[in-house]
Design a binder for this molecule. Structure first.
Ligand code: XMP
Length: 506
């Protein structure tokens, strides 16, 4: 187990990703909450930070139980922090030290740089520079502009680097992390999906015993993988509820329900479409729609959950990015859209929470799912928002509009699959616009709905770019939509990136 102390850098999550890619387990903790018991951590990494160590309000954690006691790798701010407080000095730098650089000198006899050659490209992102090394500091590498690009402390397993090994642009970053964690700190590379399934299932068994657990399935990857893990641990004591809010994709409710049953899950499908439609009637404000859907979902789910006798736990498919976000140094970032599924537990459901995926990143959830034999088509599904088509029907929602959008969306998504484009796209869907446009069909003038198609590339939904879909595909899709979906006479393609646009239109 590896401890990453977060000083608020935008790259901290990336450090964790890279460490996990080495099949090593790690946890991120904010710098002001260093765990009391450090015995399970075999190595520590200090992250970068937007602060300058010279600033008064900069993070100044007590590392006395760590430095000199555990193998320590300090990155960027971490490296400056160690220098500043141990007899070295940090000064504002006159040269911009941002972007690509080359390590021109490497003292390669040190284990940290084993297998890494001079002139390797690294990524710098800092405005201060380490002017003098701390006591017992030994320089390990330099760039043309940065003399102290890497150093270590004599007689300690303490290493510091000014560049960021976690970003893709540092070509040998992964090698360096491996050198530090495996060769220097002796951490075992045993964090694999199979090992995760084994330990999680036995922990869940121990924790839950014969108690009952209720879980809401959404058809998405996270809730499905969480359900299968729990099912392995407690079998029929897991009660799954799959709510149809009437805003799912065409046939999704029946198809996915069947799939869940085939997986052996004890699942109850609840069709509450009308209740949701009713709550949404006349509502056209995006946030109000989200709130209405969130509220009805909780009501429906609660009715179902309380009808199961003696339930002790509520299981959730929370994953690591949500956890990090809620405990991060800077606190949760500003809510731009109120994503109802990270809102937490309503008071009136007095159940204990179990979150088997809370330490996993999305790609790890997929690997764990594959390990347990979940269908790759299900695991590879595009993300789909909790409020579903409600936020893709701009303006107010009616059953007829839902029907139209479901048809359009199905043609688009089926087309992506047929053209082998589905897996190249991160997320795709159709949007029903609140305007009519004039068209002509045969000799008739039409005055019907406009739909927009949206397909984006992304890694985490935080930033996204529109996908350059082939014209031939767009042409065929547009023809199919206009010929087959009554009520639509115009199709447009959304070519906006995020930022400044968002992925959804509402
Ligand atoms: P935006 O539109 O904010 O979307 O660029 C980023 C990602 O989040 C999804 N999204 C939601 N997911 N509830 C959800 O569960 C919501 O209210 C919601 N709004 C947006 C969106 O589909 C994309 O994947």
């Amino acid at each position: 187990n590896v401890l990453i102390l977060d000083f608020g850098s935008q790259y901290t999550q990336l450090i964790a990703r890279r460490v996990r890619e080495l099949n090593i387990y790690c946890e991120i903790h904010p710098y002001h909450k260093v765990p009391q018991d450090l015995s399970s951590f075999k190595a520590v990494i200090l992250s970068g930070s937007p602060f300058s160590v010279r600033a008064e309000d900069a993070p100044h954690p007590d590392l006395s139980q760590i430095k000199g006691h555990k193998p320590l790798l300090a990155v960027c701010y971490g490296a400056q922090y160690l220098a500043h407080f141990n007899g070295g000095s940090v000064a504002p730098s006159d040269i911009r030290e941002y972007g690509r650089a080359k390590l021109t000198t490497i003292l390669s006899h040190d284990d940290l740089f084993a297998g890494i050659k001079e002139d390797t490209q690294v990524w710098m992102s800092h405005s201060d520079t380490i002017a003098t090394l701390p006591e017992k500091g030994v320089r390990l590498a330099s760039t043309d502009d940065v003399a102290n690009a890497a150093y270590r402390i004599e007689d300690e397993e303490t290493y510091a680097i000014q560049f960021h090994p976690e970003v893709y642009h540092t070509k040998d970053g992964k090698q360096l992390l491996q050198n530090f964690l495996v060769d220097i700190a002796g951490v075992a590379q045993s964090w694999t999906p199979a090992a995760f399934v084994d330990t999680t299932v036995s922990e869940l068994k121990k924790k839950i015993g014969n108690d009952k657990v209720v879980l809401g399935l959404s058809g998405g990857v996270d809730s499905t993988v969480a359900a299968i893990l729990l099912h392995k641990a407690i079998g029929k004591n897991l009660y799954c509820i799959f709510v149809n809010n009437g805003l799912l994709r065409k046939n999704e409710f029946s198809d996915v329900l069947l799939q869940y049953k085939d997986m052996g899950l004890n699942v109850k499908g609840v069709d509450a479409s009308l209740r949701f439609l009713d709550a949404l009637k006349g509502e056209s404000d995006p946030e109000a729609k989200r709130k209405a859907i969130g509220r009805v979902f909780i009501e429906v789910f609660d009715d179902e959950a309380t009808s199961i006798k003696d339930v002790t736990y509520l299981a959730q498919g929370t994953i690591y990015p949500d956890v990090i976000e809620s405990v991060s140094v800077n606190g949760p970032s500003v809510t731009i859209k109120s994503h109802h599924n990270v809102g937490g537990l309503p008071d009136f459901m007095k159940l204990k929470v179990v979150e088997p995926l809370r330490m996993l990143f999305k790609d790890e959830v997929r690997r764990v799912g594959a390990e347990m034999g979940i269908d790759s088509k299900l695991l590879g599904r595009h993300p789909f928002p909790g409020p579903g088509l409600a936020i893709r029907i701009l303006g107010d929602i009616t059953a007829e509009k839902v029907r139209i959008l479901q048809e359009v969306d199905a043609i688009f998504i089926d087309g992506l699959r047929k053209w082998n484009l589905y897996d190249k796209v991160w997320q795709a869907g159709a949007i029903l616009l609140p305007v009519n446009s004039v068209g002509v069909m045969g000799d008739e003038r039409t005055y019907e709905k406009v739909v927009a198609l949206r397909a984006v590339e992304s890694t985490d939904g935080m930033t996204a770019d529109w996908v350059n879909l082939p014209y031939e595909f767009l042409q065929e899709t547009s023809n199919h939509i206009i010929n087959r979906v009554k009520g639509v006479n115009r199709v447009v393609y959304d070519i906006s990136s995020k930022p400044p646009a968002t992925i959804e239109w509402e």
